[in-house]
Design a protein around this ligand. Structure first.
Ligand SMILES: [Zn+2]
Length: 369
């Protein structure tokens, strides 16, 4: 039997979403944010790891994030450190790779201190926001005693780490840090989608995700899926209107149920994987190299999903003009402008659903190319 361990990761952050929606996902009486994701997992006795961005500039929202993180911890899930340094340091430098090594050390030290104050423990794992890690990040993690990283997204443009041997899904010891990369697969995009995809139902059909898992299982004992605290929402281009993405809720529930009902599968947190690594390194570092390929046929359901969202987005836009709604910018909490000539990547570059950090900031709705 091919045993497999699932590590569900959820990047938890306000990002540039309306009010606190990026974390709470609160639409009317319904909450479809980080807590909803935690509850869906808990209902199936599946564990998840929440990478929490502690660098937000707003005290009230930080307090809310702390409370939500504590409730997630209480449910038996893991919380770890997520770095979006522009929220606290330089708004023009969005990712860790934009900072010097000494600055990165300072960012991680301060992040650890905030994290300990909020959650009463130290993080053992780190994920760079926007997948923007470089080699220095690993030196900075060593200097600050954070032994695990999960930032190396094979083939993603903002990821500045080259693991020897090329893109791989296999956990490795890199620069003295245990790198547990998000699991990726390759699907030709034909200019419509970025070819490297994260293992996630956020942006992929359930059928494609299960297909990739079945092919990975015999050769990769650890599968790391990626979601966001706002994975169950959709929004219009101006981010004035949000709604619950029912199909994403359904897919996430199915994904978690599939793990719970698979006799060959277990779910672990980053902390548990690290403990396992300390006991038996070979059991974590095993697995074959290589990124599996998926069929281009799966572009079709994705295209249909986009079309459906575009229609919904158009309807929402007309409602906006009818009700005279305006983008929410009162407190100055607005998306950071996209730098151009400097080559500095923006905090929230346009990304595709399921591919990168943020999605659809300039398209008609989330997921536009
Ligand atoms: Zn992030």
């Amino acid at each position: 039997m091919a045993r497999v361990e699932h590590l569900i990761t959820i990047d938890t952050e306000f990002s540039s979403h309306l009010r606190d929606l990026g974390v709470t996902g609160r639409i009317g009486q319904e909450e479809c944010g980080a807590l909803k994701l935690a509850q869906i997992c808990r209902a199936e006795r599946v564990k998840a790891t929440f990478f929490v961005d502690v660098y937000g500039p707003h005290a009230a929202r930080n307090e809310l994030l702390r409370e939500i993180g504590l409730r997630i911890q209480d449910q038996g899930h893991d919380v770890e450190l997520h770095t979006h340094p522009d929220g606290r340091y330089d708004r023009q430098r969005g990712t860790m790779a934009h900072y010097s090594l000494s600055e990165q050390v300072e960012i991680l030290q301060e992040g650890k201190a905030i994290f300990a104050k909020w959650f009463g423990c130290e993080p053992i794992a780190h994920r760079a926001g926007d997948w923007g890690a470089n080699r220095d990040v690993f030196s900075a993690l060593r200097a600050t005693n954070i032994p695990v990283d999960s930032s190396v997204f094979a083939g993603w443009p903002t990821c500045r780490v080259d693991i020897p041997g090329g893109p791989t899904n296999r956990p490795t010891l890199y620069e003295g840090i245990l790198e547990i990369p998000p699991t990726v697969f390759y699907r030709r995009g034909f200019g419509l989608a970025y070819p490297y995809r994260l293992l996630s139902t956020d942006g992929q059909s359930m059928r494609e995700v299960m297909d990739v898992i079945q092919r990975l299982k015999p050769r990769l004992p650890l599968l790391v899926s990626v979601f966001h605290s706002f994975s169950l929402l959709e929004w219009n281009a101006r981010r004035t209107r949000y709604w619950v993405a029912r199909h994403e809720v359904r897919k996430f529930e199915q994904f978690v149920q599939a793990i719970a009902r698979d006799d060959e599968a277990t779910s672990l947190t980053m902390r548990e994987i690290y403990e396992q690594y300390r006991r038996d390194p070979a059991s974590v570092l095993g697995g074959s190299d290589g990124v599996p390929h998926s069929s281009a046929v799966y572009l079709i359901p994705r295209a249909l999903e986009r079309a459906r969202s575009a229609v919904r987005g158009a309807l929402v836009r007309s409602l906006d003009s009818h009700h005279g709604l305006r983008p929410w910018t009162r407190s100055g909490f607005r998306p950071i402008p996209r730098p151009t000539a400097s080559g500095v990547s923006p905090r929230n570059p346009e990304r595709e659903r399921g591919a990168g950090e943020e999605k659809g900031t300039t398209g008609s709705v989330r997921g536009a190319p």
